[in-house]
Design a protein around this ligand. Structure first.
Ligand code: EPU
Length: 315
């Protein structure tokens, strides 16, 4: 799950910045900066080449400074959520931003929680349970960050992010902070149309509930997911969006591709809308397998599956 940054480059699409621009873009930041960082360990798929530079801003001011400096030097940046994402084997040019250090949760009057962008959904749900706040049960088992879940309007059969969002705090491409109320954010299936920028915080409107009841729903749902999804293996969650009134997993199973393999990439034998990494899968193996699945479902079932998974980086 991730936010696309501004992309500057030549007509061929290749970035035009130089090494000195890259260094200038990350100069003076308080957070962690690592050059040529492998993204494999930052993704739930455990796949992916290196980032030119990986940055973990220390706080929102650091995010603003980074975006200002990067925009000024025309260095592209991209926010890594890491869970609904496939990073290609050649890695990502420019700056990859991890919001891992933005993890504060604040309570506001009227059953509202404000979570910084890097807060993980499991942490947020745990917090809501302890405060007897209901509304996020649908997200039990979703591993992504709250920012990633907003950007892609993450959802399950029980609900979706837009049901709880009260507002979003975003650092725009000029490095300024803007707060957007829910009414100004067009949400659709697996998408929130936000201005270009980095989501650094989200206000969630929850409601007072009964702790034991919230906990029971979360536990039941986690069990359901553990029983039906390959949560113990590296994956990026569901690969395809569900077509209207159908399930991508059902369709893929129906065309006989459960368990199909290319290299170490496998269509999960537990849930066919997951591709799992059996160890050393390359991004190219996953892409080839996805292509095979798409073609088979189109040919045999007449349905064009659309990707939910986001693909970034160079081959
Ligand atoms: N099914 C099959 N074969 C399979 C998988 C599913 O026949 O291999 C059938 C099931 O038997 C069931 C139907 O398809 O009758 C629906 O399956 P399931 O309840 O697992 O839900 P889903 O539609 O496949 C959606 C979300 C999941 C979410 C689950 C549970 C999408 C694309 N998928 O899956 O989200 O966890 O509901 O709420 O919206 C994700 O977004 O990464 C994700 C995994």
């Amino acid at each position: 799950m991730n936010v696309e940054g501004c992309r500057h480059g030549s007509k061929s699409g290749a970035p035009t910045f130089e090494k000195k621009d890259l260094h200038a873009a990350v100069a003076g930041l308080k957070g962690a900066v690592s050059f040529h960082a492998s993204l494999r360990d930052y993704t739930s798929f455990k796949i992916g080449g290196p980032a030119d530079v990986l940055v973990e801003p220390a706080d929102v001011d650091d995010v603003c400074r980074l975006v200002r400096q990067a925009s000024g030097r025309k260095v592209p940046w991209f926010v890594l959520g890491g869970t609904n994402l496939l990073v290609r084997d050649g890695g990502v040019r420019g700056i990859v931003v991890s919001l891992a250090k933005l993890r504060a949760i604040k309570e506001e009057p009227g059953s509202v929680l404000y979570a910084e962008g890097g807060v993980g959904m499991p942490t947020l749900i745990g917090h809501a349970i302890r405060r007897s706040l209901a509304g996020l049960e649908w997200a039990a088992g979703i591993p992504g960050t709250v920012a990633g879940c907003v950007v892609m309007n993450a959802g399950t059969r029980l609900g979706e992010m837009k049901d709880s969002v009260k507002g979003v705090r975003l650092v725009n491409t000029k490095g300024g902070i803007i707060d957007l109320p829910f009414a100004e954010i067009p949400f659709s299936y697996r998408r929130a149309k936000l201005p270009r920028g980095i989501v650094v915080g989200v206000w969630l409107q929850l409601k007072q509930g009964v702790r034991t009841e919230i906990e029971r729903i979360v536990k039941d749902y986690l069990h359901y997911r553990r029983d039906t999804q390959p949560l113990a293996m590296p994956s990026a969650g569901c690969v395809f969006k569900n077509p209207p009134k159908d399930s991508a997993g059902r369709l893929i199973e129906a065309v006989g591709l459960k368990g199909a393999r290319i290299g170490d990439a496998e269509v999960s034998t537990k849930h066919a809308n997951f591709v799992v990494n059996r160890g050393e899968a390359r991004a190219q193996d996953v892409l080839d397998l996805i292509g095979k699945v798409k073609r088979a479902v189109k040919r045999q079932a007449g349905v064009s599956l659309e990707l939910e998974l986001k693909i970034v980086g160079e081959a």
